[in-house]
Design a binder for this molecule. Sequence first.
Ligand code: MLT
Length: 240
Amino acid sequence: MKSPIIFLNAFPMNETMWNDQVEGLSGKFQTITFDWRNLTSMESMADDINNQLNTLSIDRATICGLSMGGYAALAFYRKYSERVHSLILSDTRATEDTDDVRKRRFEMMDIARQKGSTAIADIMMPGLLSEMTFQSNPKIVKRVRAIIESAHPELIVSALRAMADRKDSTDLLPHISCPTLVIVGAEDKMTTPMEAEQIYAAIPGAKLEIIPNAGHLSNIEQPGLFNKAVSRYQFPVASF
Ligand code: MLT
């Protein structure tokens, strides 16, 4: 039996953002990806994860969320901690939105409604990848843009609202008692290494992996290093 890992998407990505993890880690783990069905709130996203586990008859899994997926992973832990074997919190933060960020989310909702997902891709792209990726890996740049452009504007609006409404999870961190791995791209401008270090410092026994030459989408930019970080972290099957 392989240990299950369920991968949770960033905004405004879809499950294909995890293709390199499915390919690289399926030999060792049961890798599970899915597209959000109910993006109305972090709690509804936690219910989505719960339903996925029920559908697959999995009692407990490793929950790996990147950015918005990390917000959802923390919401899932808050609501269903008994189903969490371990957490991987990648390129994410525990704090709620500041007023400025929340205001910007509502502006982006208008942009998504009026101009569609291409305009959202134009705004988001510069923050998602490292300079090195932009300069040396046009394939990744093209792939990420294509994923964002394929997102339905209404889905973008729902995700923005869910993120704007999310609770601060800082108070939860010291109570997390499962093994936790924090991963961050060394050049992540959206959820910085400093924020990752704060999460790492607050969760008892957590581990931290900083991925060089990666920005916010560290799993796409450095899939080999990301997968190695996940593999290095031990998930004993017997304890699932
Ligand atoms: C993400 O990558 O999921 C989002 O950019 C996170 C956010 O906007 O807070």
